[in-house]
Design a protein around this ligand. Structure first.
Ligand code: G
Ligand code: G
Ligand code: MN
Ligand code: NA
Length: 257
């Protein structure tokens, strides 16, 4: 209860802030997207990781206002960067199960796009396989609504859930994010390399794009490029950083090469 009230207050007092992690176009080395990742700037305890408060937010329903805050903040931030005519990018925002299945998410997203003026094609929503399979019928219909709106869908942490590959046909997914666990030890671990190359080949055949998560070294980039992976994200390029720092990367038209 103590923590719950603290989190409630944090949302009201605007102690939540959004960090951004670059997602790189492997071919050009340029920034292609920013993933929005929430942080709690606690007045005494400093920065608190979402891993510590997202589960609580989900249990208490606070994830609905929290999630709307992150969506609005990320869309507004990207529109600001577009207005400043920085190197153009897209944004992606993580969703939780409740937001996806139990709130009027389409209306929320519609309103935020309206208020911020952001082009829907520049917004991506990240859902995990476990969110998607919680209610397959609901997932199919929500994803089709976003497809009609031209909002992109990213399947996060791909390969760690229990979903059947047949869902890739049923669900209107645009981008597969290959989970960090497959990228760690890759390309030296031959079984992991086989899985990574197979996921990328499958995605390409399904005309989906791929993002490799958790990339921490250049040898991985070289190999991912050979496998025809489109984009990469990880500490090799940057950890999640505050908006102002991210803005400097855009301003300087940074190329990671
Ligand atoms: O950024 P970090 O590695 O600390 O994130 C930890 C976890 O919290 C990740 O699984 C990430 O997807 C999740 N997370 C970060 N920001 C958000 C958010 O705005 N909404 C939801 N639902 N999850 C988030
Ligand atoms: O679950 P999700 O993919 O949304 O989690 C994203 C989180 O993964 C980021 O918030 C970040 O803290 C973490 N992350 C991003 N890149 C790396 C990386 O290269 N190595 C590690 N260990 N974690 C990363
Ligand atoms: Mn994510
Ligand atoms: Na992930």
């Amino acid at each position: 209860i103590f923590m719950e009230n603290n989190l409630r207050r944090a949302i009201e007092n605007q102690e939540l802030t959004v960090y951004y992690q670059p997602i790189i176009d492997i071919k050009t080395g340029k920034i292609k997207k920013a993933e929005a990742l929430v942080r709690w700037e606690h007045p005494e305890d400093g920065i608190i990781s979402p891993a510590k408060f997202i589960p609580l937010a989900e249990e208490t329903g606070l994830i609905i206002p929290l999630g709307s805050f992150v969506l609005k903040e990320a869309c507004q931030q990207l529109q600001d960067w577009i207005n400043m005519e920085y190197h153009p990018i897209e944004i992606s925002v993580n969703l939780s199960a409740q937001q996806f299945h139990k709130s009027n998410l389409k209306e929320t997203v519609d309103n935020i796009l309206d208020e911020t003026g952001l082009n829907p094609e520049l917004l991506g929503l990240e859902i995990t396989e476990s969110i998607a399979i919680q209610n397959v019928e609901s997932t199919i219909s929500v994803l089709n609504e976003f497809k009609n709106m031209k909002v992109k869908i990213l399947l996060d942490d791909f390969g760690t859930g229990y979903s059947s590959l047949s869902y890739l046909v049923k669900f209107a997914v645009d981008i597969i994010k290959i989970d960090r666990s497959f990228i760690t030890n890759f390309p030296h671990h031959s079984k992991r390399s086989a899985i990574v190359s197979a996921i990328i080949a499958m995605a390409n055949k399904l005309t989906m794009k791929t993002v490799a998560e958790g990339v921490e070294s250049w040898d991985k980039i070289k190999c991912l490029n050979e496998y025809k992976c489109d984009e990469a994200q990880g500490y090799l390029f940057s950890k999640p950083i505050p908006a102002k720092e991210f803005e400097n990367l855009l301003k300087n038209n940074i190329e990671f090469k």
